[in-house]
Design a protein around this ligand. Structure first.
Ligand code: ATP
Ligand code: BTN
Length: 244
């Protein structure tokens, strides 16, 4: 199911493209680009988006406002992408709380969910995903953290159309499923995929740092951090997780 698909060679941001057209989009409308001039990540950070077979994909989704406000959606989308990549032969794909995909401790993909306005009970969301497919060292030279690409995680890269189609289909089905079961149906799956499960981590919370052992997520989508004081749930868009 994909009621509308636009493939644009060069764009500022696929998320921005859909955000600008929200009133005119059917549920599940997709925009794909080959290059983004101003690809973005969380909190105004840059998503480096060179030409060269990476995937820059956004999907429009109209969701119940309560569900949209909850923490769960980027976690659920992470599960959808990880499972889709596994179904295409990628091994060892992991998720990192709250919005990244990892392969062997390096960033493979990022998820950015943006919301524009509300009509009645519905929120209008754009769910963006940037996946490194075959980005070269040179293409990714400005990225300030360890990164990788799908070519490293697969013995043979899937055909490009099949990759895009599988991701779109998985995302669509997962969003429909999330609407009926909420985060509860995904917690175990997310925890199994967690790159940092039972590992020492740091949470950067503004100026504050909390250290402990990551113990997966709870049913609110909060990250559970175990310290000498016990298990504390951390939730909120301003938190960044780092391995120790
Ligand atoms: P966190 O999400 O934990 O706060 P983060 O550093 O991953 O931390 P994000 O906003 O999720 O931050 O992602 C943006 C960051 O991702 C950039 O600051 C950059 O370090 C990195 N980045 C940018 N482009 C790419 C890319 N194509 N592949 C991998 N990483 C990238
Ligand atoms: C992150 O790790 O912070 C999220 C990165 C999300 C990047 C994707 S690429 C497609 C879509 N368009 C954007 O401008 N950002 C998202």
């Amino acid at each position: 199911k994909c009621p509308s698909l636009e493939l644009i060679p060069m764009i500022d941001s696929t998320n921005q493209y859909l955000l600008d057209r929200v009133g005119q989009l059917p549920q599940g409308a997709v925009c794909l680009a080959e290059y983004q001039e101003s690809g973005r990540g969380r909190r105004g950070r840059q998503w480096l988006s060179p030409f060269g077979s990476n995937l820059y994909l956004s999907m429009y989704w109209r969701l119940d406002a309560g569900m949209a406000a909850a923490m769960g959606l980027s976690l659920v989308v992470g599960v959808a992408i990880a499972e889709a990549l596994q179904s295409l032969g990628a091994d060892d794909i992991k998720v990192k709380w709250p919005n990244d995909l990892y392969y062997r401790d390096k960033k493979l993909a990022g998820i950015l969910i943006e919301m524009t306005g509300q009509t009645g009970e519905a929120a209008h969301l754009v769910i963006g995903m940037g996946l490194n497919v075959a980005m070269t060292e040179q293409g990714g030279s400005e990225i300030g953290q360890a990164w990788t690409n799908l070519a490293q995680a697969c013995s043979g890269l899937p055909e490009r159309n099949q990759l895009a189609a599988t991701l779109i289909q998985r995302l669509y089905e997962t969003l429909e499923h999330y609407e009926s079961v909420g985060l509860d149906g995904f917690i175990e799956r997310w925890n199994r995929l967690d790159n940092f499960l039972d590992r020492p981590v740091k949470l950067l919370i503004g100026e504050r740092v909390a250290e402990g052992i990551a113990r997966g997520i709870n049913n609110q989508g909060a990250l559970l951090l175990e310290t000498e004081q016990g298990l504390t749930p951390y939730v909120g868009g301003e938190i960044s997780l780092r391995g120790c």
